[in-house]
Design a protein around this ligand. Structure first.
Ligand SMILES: [Zn+2]
Ligand SMILES: [Zn+2]
Length: 674
């Protein structure tokens, strides 16, 4: 066999993880070339049974279905809103002791919160849906009626709905003259509501509506108020849309980072230590370290300096920065030290400002680009915590740029370049970009806002990125660009941000000596690529479903000895692999090869090799690689060579080793140019 090593800095990851690419890239052509060479070289794709620990991926529809959103379709919004009422009506017809509260439409459907002495069971959902179908069949009209508040109060008291009374009171408190609108479903049921709805219940598509789950929710989100039962439903315009939604929900469940994190032993959040605090286990920590090393390297290449700052500081600092006044609800309580108050840091920015201020700066020094993987602590209510997505302690990949006004557009362009370089390295090449401009309440002059906003637009123009504008959606301290990334199943995640700041330089009196000798105020830019390492790791885990790119995989390879006789050779290979910087382990043994293969697959180890008589004689490895739910046979090669190739795959950030191996073996051929 002949082996060649492709140089694939440009596209390895993107090709493996993004079905459609927005970034300039020739991956489609390149992949087919590699595929052709692979076939010539005699490599085989083998279907393997889906490992039992992971559910099989649901099949995608032959013709992709684009799911509409509430913003796309008025009809959909009306269907969802009406479904909520029809569900509440169905519940009260079946369970007479239930009190209704509120039931809005939401992103994929609707919910309604009920107060009922007994718990709803999963099987009740089927009964409720059947009852809804009956109401739909009756084609009952939805009729709007406007009444005054006294009449509304009288009618609500008549049907004894205490929560409705409270809603009425809050409507009246907001606007004492507001007309109260109610919607009737025929003459059988009514609810306080502002609409809109479909004209009659027969317009609801029964086979596009499903009841999904039951959850607890406090009345008005207030822990001191009664715990209600929330029933979630999903509603669409067609049955095909509902089925596609179901497929995506199953996909998302299969990819849940909390489950994968547990199954692969990556991280934990421990009740004993408190909510929202992340423990990185050895395998998760390996991945994190690799992400951070890569991040450091790219930043140094892009002209940044790396900083370290403390985890807490005197409360006075947070008063100067304004965080104590404007952000107090998101901060932990202070602690007293020798009579002074100290604060765990919710942000890194004031610390970088202090380093700037530590000496007089000249225009000749600017721009200064300072980056820090800074761990911050923010108070989040326990009810809102969610895996790695919402935590109380997390590490921002933060950076601040201090520059001259005329340097701003170049600096922002470089920031956007760096965003793209880093994000696409992890397989994220499709973005949704938003520019947010000056809000009504803001600090800074008209001139500086205009200049900075123009600089952001120029940078976006330089990148040739299409973007939308959120007029007035900027922070009070400056305009910003936010970037959402698209994951492997099409979900968008808020990720990178770059923001100008005219506030902190002013509050801290930042200056530089201009060419004229005058003291001027620098522009400060905040930016983060991942946002938070924890959250990004969660997104990456879900996007890859735990099949991390080869260079990031916590365990890159596993050696599976047919029996203990072959263990010494395995240890020798593993030792050489470790010396080459690879993360390769030997199965502890005591089980059949079949079982070892199964476990290697469950652990999502990208490459494994069974070691028997033949391998020892040839001092070789027969490599198998995970690929698209199956395995690729990479063939047999001398073990030093196999280690060499895998080490290169690691250092060149290759996503899958089979992309490195093409053709036969022996002539040490030149890399294939892609
Ligand atoms: Zn309504
Ligand atoms: Zn900042």
């Amino acid at each position: 066999m002949r082996l060649m090593v492709r140089s694939l800095l440009s596209f390895g990851l993107a090709a493996a993880y993004q079905p459609a690419l927005r970034a300039p890239c020739t991956s489609a052509a390149a992949s087919s070339t590699v595929g052709a060479v692979l076939r010539r070289g005699g490599m085989r794709m083998m279907a393997v049974e889906a490992p039992s620990a992971e559910a099989a991926a649901p099949a995608a529809p032959a013709v992709p279905i684009k799911l509409p959103s509430n913003e796309d379709s008025d009809t959909l919004l009306k269907i969802r809103h009406t479904s909520a009422h029809v569900m509440a009506m169905a519940v009260q017809r079946l369970f007479g002791d239930t009190k209704v509260t509120i039931g809005p439409w939401i992103e994929k459907g609707f919910y309604y919160d009920f107060d009922r002495p007994e718990q709803f069971a999963e099987k009740d959902l089927r009964r409720i849906k059947k009852e809804m179908d009956k109401i739909i069949k009756m084609k009952l009209p939805l009729l709007r009626e406007e009444i005054d508040k006294e009449e509304a109060e009288r009618r609500i008291k008549e049907i004894n709905e205490p929560y409705k009374l409270e809603i009425l009171e809050s409507i009246v408190a907001r606007d004492p003259d507001a007309a109260i609108t109610i919607y009737h479903i025929g003459d059988r049921w009514w609810d306080l509501c502002a609409g809109p709805h479909v004209e009659h219940t027969g317009m609801l598509p029964p086979d596009a509506i499903a009841l999904e789950s039951i959850a607890g929710a406090y009345w008005r989100g207030d822990e001191t108020r009664p715990m209600l039962q929330r029933i979630y439903g999903t509603a669409w315009e067609t049955k095909a849309q509902l089925e596609e939604h179901g497929r995506l929900v199953a996909e998302a469940k299969r990819r849940d980072h909390r489950l994968i994190g547990k199954a692969l032993d990556l991280f934990s959040i421990q009740q004993e230590a408190g909510g929202g605090l992340v423990f990185w286990h050895p395998k998760g920590a390996r991945v994190r370290k690799l992400i951070e090393d890569y991040w450091n390297k790219e930043h140094i290449k892009a002209g940044y300096e790396i900083l370290y700052t403390p985890h807490m500081a005197s409360l006075d600092l947070w008063k100067t920065s304004g965080h104590f006044d404007f952000y107090k609800d998101g901060m932990f309580d202070q602690m007293e030290v020798e009579g002074a108050s100290y604060q765990l840091k919710p942000m890194n920015c004031p610390f970088h400002v202090l380093i700037y201020k530590d000496q007089m700066r000249s225009y000749r020094e600017l721009p200064l680009r300072w980056a820090e993987l800074g761990t911050v602590y923010r108070y989040e209510r326990s009810g809102t915590l969610q895996g790695l997505f919402r935590v109380r302690g997390f590490t921002q990949d933060d950076a601040h740029i201090f520059c001259l006004p005329e340097q701003l557009s170049d600096e922002i362009t470089d920031v956007l370049d760096l965003f793209e370089t880093v994000l696409s390295r992890f397989g994220f090449s499709e973005y949704e970009v938003m520019l947010s401009t000056r809000p009504e309440k803001s600090v800074g002059s008209d001139e500086i806002w205009e200049k900075a906003t123009d600089a952001l637009k120029t940078a976006l123009g330089n990148k040739q990125w299409s973007y939308s504008v959120d007029e007035g959606g900027g922070a009070f301290y400056g305009p910003k660009i936010d970037i959402k990334i698209k994951d492997a199943i099409g979900r968008m995640w808020q990720c990178s941000t770059v923001q100008c700041d005219f506030n902190l330089p002013d509050r801290f009196g930042l200056e530089y000596v201009a060419a004229s000798g005058e003291r001027e105020q620098p522009i400060m830019v905040h930016r983060a690529i991942f946002g938070s390492i924890e959250r990004f790791f969660g997104v990456l885990t879900e996007s890859t479903a735990g099949d991390f790119p080869f260079w990031l995989a916590p365990v890159q390879g596993r050696l599976l000895p047919v029996s203990d006789t072959f263990r010494p050779y395995c240890e020798e290979v593993a030792k050489a692999a470790k010396a080459a910087g690879l993360r390769i382990e030997v199965d502890p043994g005591g089980r059949s090869v079949g079982k070892q293969i199964k476990l290697a697959n469950q652990a999502k180890v990208p490459v494994y090799a069974v070691i028997g008589e033949k391998e020892i004689e040839g001092r070789s490895l027969s490599l198998m690689a995970r690929k698209d739910g199956g395995l690729v046979d990479l063939g047999t090669l001398p073990f030093e060579e196999a280690i060499d190739i895998m080490a290169r795959a690691s250092s060149e950030y290759v996503s899958a080793v089979d992309e490195l191996l093409v053709g036969g073996h022996g002539d040490g051929g030149a890399p294939i140019d892609v």
